[in-house]
Design a binder for this molecule. Structure first.
Ligand SMILES: Cc1cc2nc3c(=O)[nH]c(=O)nc-3n(C[C@H](O)[C@H](O)[C@H](O)COP(=O)(O)O)c2cc1C
Length: 431
């Protein structure tokens, strides 16, 4: 990239949408949903830990949970009344169940019984807690706890896999002596570990001070005023990365090709159409950028000429096809990896491959000079373009890590964990 391009201002066609970001919003409202497992007796410790950390905590409990922990204890520690019933005019009058579902920034299900996991996986809403879990739009953090055989049962494992793929996060269970006398996996994670994971999900500002520039979506390369060459990218992966980085306190700029997705909270969106517009928009942000994530599916080629008027078939001979000459687009990722100030910046690329995925990603890492390549196999129907899940590998100079099929939201979190580790290692290096 030329110095002129780097110093360039935002092109006219790129529009800034939204807000610039101040301090990270510390989401603070935690709803703890307690279901009927013996580990419910530990929930008061969880309530205390989250209250001590400065969060507003409310609890709701199933009828069976109230056998294991007194709602009065939860109410005393949280300072809020505890809802246990759906059809209770008094409780519903105080805060109706939908308002409670909407109130939460995070819902923690602890302990989560096998029964609760099954109902969540199947969208069953037959009491207050399961209705809230279906109604809320807040992220869910689930701490399962049960007998080892219940945990290992294929039904429970299938329910967990369904929930994971839907973006639900899990903490535990741990292995050890269980209250039922069996030994094995099934013990609820310790309240301190659940609280720590909740804090992380609430957006502990671990990326404060970083300016993260994310490209997302596909590009459109104009053939004429009405037609363009495009690709199947929806932008979902890049939008999730931008959202996750904002939750972690980074200043986030999302340079996006055309996408119907809503701009995530706290993210500044720069809308572009073509690869060259995307390159210019990235160049305008690069001076401040400390982490660059190229998740966009940028067209490698564009028509050499975009016709000023609509191309008419009548203008061609009756039997003639249309030959379009394509020229190369700028390689945004490689340009950023070579741009001045590289030592201050972490560069992450994506490699969407349909065969020999890891080998192709390793070659891309070297050829483009990136710090990390996220390789995804777009030949799978449950990963890659326009689906909510992704199966990726992280490829760095130190080696590869292949993740299971996860929601794109979870992939974004894992990627940012990696980014944080690489940034920390870079800071520790002698200068
Ligand atoms: C003493 C006792 C302890 C129990 N502990 C658990 C447990 O740890 N995990 C679990 O999934 N179920 C446990 N159960 C069974 C659940 O309480 C039962 O499946 C119930 O229907 C769950 O209801 P809920 O999910 O609506 O709270 C236990 C039952 C009893 C009687």
């Amino acid at each position: 990239m030329t110095a002129a391009a780097l110093a360039g201002t935002l092109p006219k066609h790129a529009s800034h949408e939204g807000i610039s970001r101040m301090a990270p919003p510390r989401a603070q409202r935690v709803l703890i949903a307690v279901t009927g497992g013996i580990a419910a007796y530990k929930v008061p410790e969880l309530v205390r830990a989250l209250v001590r950390a400065g969060h507003a905590v409310r609890c709701c409990a199933t009828h069976n949970a109230a056998q294991f922990v007194s709602p009065l204890v939860l109410q005393t520690l949280s300072g809020e009344s505890v809802r246990t019933q759906l059809f209770d005019p008094e409780q519903e009058g105080e805060i109706d169940h939908i308002a409670l579902a909407d109130w939460a920034d995070l819902v923690v299900v602890a302990p989560a019984t096998a029964d609760a996991l099954a109902k969540m996986a199947h969208g069953i809403a037959d009491d207050l807690v399961t209705t809230l879990l279906l109604a809320t739009r807040a992220p869910l953090l689930v701490a399962p706890a049960m007998n080892v055989n219940m945990w290992r049962h294929p039904a429970t494992q299938a329910n967990v896999a369904t929930l994971r793929a839907r973006g639900v996060a899990f903490v535990g269970p741990e292995s050890g002596m269980l209250a039922c006398g069996w030994e094995g996996e099934g013990r609820m994670a310790e309240p301190a570990a659940i609280a720590a994971e909740a804090e992380r999900r609430l957006g502990a500002p671990t990326l404060a001070g970083e300016t993260v520039v994310v490209t997302a979506g596909g590009t459109r390369e104009a053939l004429d005023p009405v037609r363009f060459l495009a690709n199947r990218s929806s932008g979902k992966m890049g939008f999730e990365i931008a959202a996750a980085a904002a939750r972690r306190g980074a200043d986030v700029v999302l340079v996006s090709g055309p996408s119907a997705l809503a701009t995530p909270a706290g993210v500044r969106r720069v809308a572009v159409e073509s690869a060259t517009e995307m390159r210019d928009a990235v160049a305008a942000e690069l001076a401040r950028c400390t982490v660059f994530v190229a998740a966009a599916a940028v067209a490698d080629f564009r028509p050499a000429v975009a016709a000023k008027q609509k191309i008419k078939k009548e203008a061609l001979a009756d039997d003639a096809g249309l030959v379009i000459e394509l020229v190369r687009n700028p390689d945004i990722l490689a340009e950023v990896a070579r741009a001045p100030g590289r030592e201050r910046r972490l560069v992450v690329g994506f490699a969407a491959e349909s065969e020999d995925v890891l080998a192709a990603a390793r070659r891309k890492l070297e050829r483009k000079g990136c710090d990390l390549i996220v390789a995804n196999d777009v030949s799978r129907s449950d990963a890659g373009f326009d689906v909510d899940t992704n199966a990726v590998s992280f490829v760095t100079a130190q080696g590869d890590e292949t993740l299971p099929l996860l929601s794109k939201r979870e992939v974004a979190e894992r990627l940012l964990d990696r980014v944080e580790a690489l940034r920390a290692a870079a800071h520790d290096e002698p200068r």
